[in-house]
Design a binder for this molecule. Structure first.
Ligand code: CDP
Ligand code: CDP
Length: 235
């Protein structure tokens, strides 16, 4: 088999995006952060005082929304651009985290972003993480992963991640935000977060980062080249 599509879905903060990025790097694939697109759309609505509950605002917001990913010239890491402006740092703020699930509930917004995601992944060789990648964006993805981790672990990891960027956020606030987004994301009527039948569940609560990346790379290589004996290479 040639290049495949790897879909990684799951709850907020369980390690999807950092794992997906590392898996893509190891396989020489492109990583696409679908959550960053919903976050950029949220920033656009907030900055322009557009209400997701108002259909006119939604169509106005979508008409003036252009999201792109470009590598940082120094680090090589993909960064998110909104209408030509680098918003990588802004979209990770609590201001955006608190509103993003409300924006991601809206049918028209999902329709537009899903179409963009499908275009980005049409040549395969991609690892995309999100909430509906295996169920809606790429239902035929060759490898589907459903990631989980307990809420305390996720909140602690997210706090550490924000601390590294100089943002000191209360652990309870982070935990509440993660739990609230999980609730909205799992209960919305438009493509809710679900574990599809053909997804392989990986609970990262007690895994090291290196272990979870290795597990997915192993599964991916089995799909890419089913005849190779990968088990013997991993003994
Ligand atoms: O990284 P974190 O888990 O905090 O969230 P994210 O992946 O950046 O996604 C932010 C939000 O966007 C989620 O809580 C969902 O509301 C929404 N989202 C979605 O609805 N569908 C996706 N495919 C990706 C994200
Ligand atoms: O994308 P998602 O919201 O699911 O998670 P993330 O943005 O990748 O954040 C997970 C954080 O936990 C990152 O800082 C990872 O380095 C860290 N982490 C992990 O993902 N897995 C572990 N086993 C340990 C730490």
């Amino acid at each position: 088999m040639g290049k495949i599509v790897i879909a990684i879905d799951g709850y907020s903060g369980c390690g999807k995006s950092s794992t997906a990025k590392a898996v893509a790097k190891e396989l020489g694939y492109t990583y696409i952060d679908s959550g960053a697109m919903y976050r950029a759309a949220t920033l656009h609505f907030l900055d322009n005082y557009l209400a997701p509950s108002n259909p006119q605002d939604v169509s106005k917001g979508l008409k003036s929304l252009e999201i792109e990913f470009h590598p940082n010239p120094d680090t090589g890491k993909q960064e998110t651009y909104l209408n030509g402006v680098n918003v990588e740092s802004k979209i990770r703020s609590m201001r955006v985290s608190e509103k993003v699930s409300e924006i991601a509930k809206i049918k028209e917004i999902r329709k537009e972003l899903v179409a963009q995601q499908q275009r980005l992944g049409k040549s395969k060789g991609v690892v995309m993480d999100g909430r509906d990648i295996g169920s809606v964006v790429f239902p035929d993805a060759e490898l589907k992963i459903f990631m989980t981790a307990d809420l305390e672990t996720r909140a602690y990891r997210r706090q550490q991640e924000m601390l590294e960027k100089g943002d000191m956020i209360d652990l309870d606030d982070i935990q509440q935000n993660l739990a609230e987004r999980d609730r909205i994301d799992s209960s919305r009527s438009e493509s809710p977060l679900i574990q599809v039948e053909d997804a392989i569940e990986i609970d990262t609560s007690n895994l090291s980062f290196v272990e979870q990346v290795a597990q997915i790379v192993y599964l991916a290589k089995q799909k890419i080249n089913p005849r190779e004996d990968y088990a013997s290479n991993h003994r």
